[in-house]
Design a protein around this ligand. Structure first.
Ligand code: FES
Length: 178
């Protein structure tokens, strides 16, 4: 029997396979704690918060964060958590609604004022409003109704009027007062 001829086939690199460096993770700070995300860099922050860290205060606010329920602070600026991938958050500081109260449990004045004014219906929109209000009050010490109405947040329970009162209560330094 004649020996089988084996021919060497030249190997060409497969251009569809892109080598990837070992993932070192994305380091970031959330509510004062340090984290390192080693999963998909394109994962939206909202899913990291809710599904990985179980910080479920931040809500889904539409595919592009249209109703403001998914607002968080990133380096002190409001950001839609569904719209920002983890890849953009390296070395950033994130604050969610869970991070607003002090370590001893004392509520943030904005949280207290929402309670004072009963500005909470079902509560779905509330975390987003709280984050937006914190940001607004940093930018404007005495926000007008217009300033508040221009926030991206929507409330299906019809709490807007009470939300306005709550934000103005904080501006007046009266959170927690009768
Ligand atoms: S309190 Fe229900 S959507 Fe705002």
């Amino acid at each position: 029997m004649a020996p089988v001829q084996v021919q060497a086939v030249p190997v060409t690199p497969d251009s569809t396979i892109v080598p990837e460096k070992v993932r070192e993770g994305i380091a970031l700070e959330i509510n004062g704690e340090n984290y390192r995300h080693t999963g998909d860099p394109q994962m939206p922050l909202l899913w990291y918060l809710r599904d990985v860290l179980r910080l479920t205060g931040t809500k889904y606010g539409g595919a592009h964060g249209e109703n403001g329920a998914d607002l968080v602070l990133v380096n002190d600026k409001t950001v839609s958590a569904i719209s920002v991938p983890m890849a953009k958050l390296a070395d950033k500081q994130v604050t969610t609604v869970e991070g607003l109260a002090a370590n001893d449990g004392t509520l943030h004045p904005v949280q207290q004022a929402f309670i004072d004014e009963d500005a909470i219906g079902c509560g779905y929109c509330t975390p987003g409003w709280l984050i937006a209000a914190v940001d607004l009050l940093k930018r404007k010490k005495q926000p007008s109704d217009d300033d508040i109405d221009q926030l991206p947040n929507l409330c299906r329970c019809g709490c807007q009027t009470r939300v306005r009162r709550a934000i103005k209560r904080v501006a007046a330094g009266k959170a927690g007062q009768p």
